[in-house]
Design a binder for this molecule. Structure first.
Ligand SMILES: NC(=O)c1ccc[n+]([C@@H]2O[C@H](COP(=O)([O-])OP(=O)(O)OC[C@H]3O[C@@H](n4cnc5c(N)ncnc54)[C@H](OP(=O)(O)O)[C@@H]3O)[C@@H](O)[C@H]2O)c1
Length: 290
C-alpha cells in the first residue's frame, strides 16, 4: 500500500512552539516546509530534524518568510507547492506578544502587532487556502492564544490581534461549509516555555524587554505541541491548551464573566505593579521547578 506523507508548512519555526512542532512532525514522518525570518536558525532546526527522524534532505524545505511582507506570500506559497506538489496542513504559528501599558505605548506598535499577528497570518492563509479549495482538502491550524478569549493587562494589542484571529477564522469556517474536508483549527495556548518574552513588543518599536523572567510556571513546549498535534489530528475547532490556574480563568471568562473580571482586576493589578517595579510581570505565578 502506498502511503503519501503529509506536507505541513509551519511558520515561526525558528524558535519555541514552531521549532518543537518541526521536531515532533519530523518524527512522525511529515514532510516539512519551515519558515521564519532567520534562515540560520531554520537551518539549525532542519539539521536537528534530520538527526531525530528518517527524513532526507529534500523532505524539509527551509523557506525564509517575513509575515509582514505580504507581497512575498504568493511566491512563498508557490515555492512550497513547487517543492512538494501540495500543502496538507498550514500551521500559522509565527507571531509576537506585547508587554506594555496602552497609555505608554506608541500607536505604531499596535499597527505592527496587527500587521504581523493578524494581517500577515490571514494573507498567507489566503494563498494557501486557494490551493486547498482546489484540492477540496486541507487543514489551517492557527496558534492563537488564551489571550484570544480573554483580556489581560500589558497585552492589549496582542489580545486584540488574537481576538481578531479568532473572529476571522471562526467566520472563515462558516464560509467553507461546501468543503467539509477543509478544517479550520484554532489553538489557544496559555503560557508556554519559548522565547516569546525576549521577543515581545514594548512601548515603542525600538525598545526590547529588560526582564524576560523565569519560565517555571509555564507549560513545557513539548506538551503544548503534542496537544496541538492531537487537536489537529482530531479536527478540533478550538483547543484551549493550558495548565491551571490559567485554564480555570478561561472557563470563568467563558461561563461566568463577572467573576472573571473581578479576578482579572485583582491579578492584573499585581501584574502591573510587578511590571512597573521592574520585576517579571508574572513573578507572582512563578514557582521553582521540582
Ligand atoms: N509562548 C507562549 O506563552 C504562547 C502562548 C500563547 C500563544 N503563543 C503563540 O505561539 C506562537 C509562537 O510563539 P512562541 O511562544 O513559540 O514564541 P517565540 O519563541 O518567540 O517564536 C516566535 C516565532 O515567530 C517568528 N516570527 C516573529 N516575527 C516574524 C515575522 N515578522 N515573520 C515571520 N516569522 C516571525 C520567529 O522567527 P524569526 O524571529 O526568525 O522571524 C519565531 O520563530 C505565537 O503566535 C504566539 O503568539 C505563545
Amino acid at each position: 500500500m502506498l502511503i503519501l506523507a503529509l506536507v505541513v508548512w509551519v511558520t515561526g519555526a525558528s524558535s519555541g512552539i514552531g521549532e518543537e512542532l518541526a521536531y515532533q512532525l519530523s518524527k512522525i514522518g511529515a514532510l516539512l516546509a519551515i519558515s521564519a525570518r532567520r534562515e540560520d536558525e531554520l537551518e539549525r532546526v532542519k539539521k536537528k530534524c534530520l538527526q531525530i527522524s528518517n527524513l532526507g534532505e529534500k523532505d524539509i524545505l527551509v523557506l525564509r518568510l517575513d509575515l509582514t511582507d505580504r507581497s512575498s506570500h504568493e511566491a512563498a506559497t508557490n515555492s512550497v507547492l513547487k517543492h512538494f506538489g501540495k500543502i496538507d496542513v498550514l500551521v500559522n504559528n509565527g507571531g509576537r506578544s506585547q508587554r506594555s501599558l496602552f497609555v505608554d505605548t506608541n500607536l505604531d506598535v499596535y499597527s505592527a502587532i496587527m500587521e504581523l499577528n493578524y494581517l500577515g497570518t490571514i494573507s498567507l492563509t489566503k494563498h494557501v487556502l486557494n490551493h486547498m479549495i482546489q484540492r477540496k482538502k486541507g487543514k489551517v491550524v492557527t496558534v492563537s492564544s488564551v489571550m484570544g478569549i480573554m483580556g489581560a493587562p500589558l497585552a492589549s494589542g496582542y489580545c486584540a490581534s488574537k481576538h481578531a484571529l479568532q473572529g476571522f477564522f471562526n467566520s472563515l469556517r462558516t464560509e467553507l461549509t461546501d468543503y467539509p474536508e477543509i478544517s479550520i483549527i484554532n489553538i489557544c495556548p496559555g503560557p508556554v516555555q519559548s522565547k516569546i518574552i525576549q521577543n515581545v513588543f514594548t512601548e515603542n518599536l525600538a525598545k526590547s524587554i529588560e526582564n524576560s523572567g523565569d519560565q517555571s510556571h509555564k507549560m513545557p513546549t513539548d506538551r503544548c505541541v503534542r496537544l496541538t498535534l492531537v487537536s489537529t489530528a482530531n479536527d478540533l475547532k478550538e483547543a484551549w491548551i493550558s495548565d491551571h490556574p490559567y485554564l480555570a480563568v478561561c472557563y470563568l471568562w467563558q461561563y461566568a464573566p463577572t467573576w472573571a473580571w473581578w479576578l482579572m482586576n485583582r491579578m492584573g493589578k499585581r501584574r502591573i505593579q510587578n511590571f512597573k517595579s521592574g520585576v517579571d510581570a508574572d513573578a507572582s505565578y512563578s514557582r521553582k521547578k521540582k
